[in-house]
Design a protein. Structure first.
Length: 196
C-alpha cells in the first residue's frame, strides 16, 4: 500500500503539470474573430438600437406663461407634450402641430437648455444631484430628468418635485419600503446574533 501513495502523488503532479502547460494552449486555440463577428456586434451599437428606446430624452422649451413643451418619441411615433407644472397637467399633440394647448410650437426642439437658459450668465444651473436644468425664461424654475421622470426645481426656494402626484407617491412608497427593509434586515441580523 505504501508503494501506491507515491504513485498517486506522482500522478497528481503529472495531471497538475499537464493542466498548467495545456491551459495556455487551450486559451490561444479559441476561435478567431471574423468580419461576420464584427458585423453582428455592430448591430448592438447605439445608432442601431436607439430606435428601440422611446421617451428617454426631454429637452424642454419654456413658454412665456410658465408652461413648457418638448418632443417625445413613443411606440406609436413622435408627439409634442405641453406641461403645466403649476396645474400638474399634460397635453399631448401631433408631432407636426404648430400649436398645442394654446402654446406655440417652434419647428425644432432645442438641443440644450430650453430657450437660451433663462436669464443666462453664470454657471449652468443644476439640480441637487447634478442633473442639468432647462431654465424657464424668467429664471425662476428649471426642468430636469431624474430616474426617467420629469421634475421641476423652484430656483428661489431650491425645492424639487416630480411633476405628477403618482411620481411623488411612488417616491414616498419607495422610501417607506426602504425603511421597512432596513428594519427587517436589522431584526434578521439581531436574531442571527442571538442564535450564536
Amino acid at each position: 500500500m505504501s508503494s501506491r501513495a507515491p504513485v498517486s502523488s506522482r500522478a497528481q503532479r503529472g495531471i497538475s503539470l499537464f493542466i498548467v502547460l495545456a491551459f495556455p494552449a487551450l486559451i490561444h486555440a479559441q476561435r478567431t474573430i471574423t468580419a461576420a463577428d464584427y458585423a453582428r456586434a455592430e448591430k448592438f451599437l447605439a445608432p442601431t438600437v436607439n430606435g428601440l428606446v422611446v421617451g428617454g430624452v426631454v429637452a424642454p422649451t419654456w413658454l412665456p406663461d410658465g408652461r413648457f413643451w418638448y418632443r417625445n418619441t413613443t411606440l406609436a411615433g413622435a408627439e409634442v407634450v405641453v406641461i403645466d407644472p403649476v396645474k400638474r397637467d399634460r397635453q399631448r399633440c401631433d408631432a407636426n402641430a404648430t400649436t398645442c394647448a394654446g402654446g406655440t410650437i417652434t419647428a425644432g426642439a432645442p438641443t440644450q437648455g430650453g430657450r437660451g437658459g433663462g436669464r443666462g450668465g453664470g454657471a449652468a444651473a443644476t439640480a441637487s444631484k447634478g442633473e442639468p436644468l432647462a431654465m424657464s425664461p424668467d429664471g425662476r424654475r428649471g426642468a430636469f430628468v431624474r430616474d426617467w421622470n420629469l421634475w421641476v426645481k423652484d430656483i428661489p426656494s431650491g425645492q424639487e418635485r416630480p411633476l405628477h402626484l403618482a411620481q411623488e407617491a411612488r417616491a414616498q412608497r419607495d422610501a417607506e419600503l426602504k425603511v421597512k427593509r432596513r428594519a427587517q434586515c436589522q431584526r434578521t441580523c439581531q436574531e442571527r446574533k442571538e442564535k450564536q
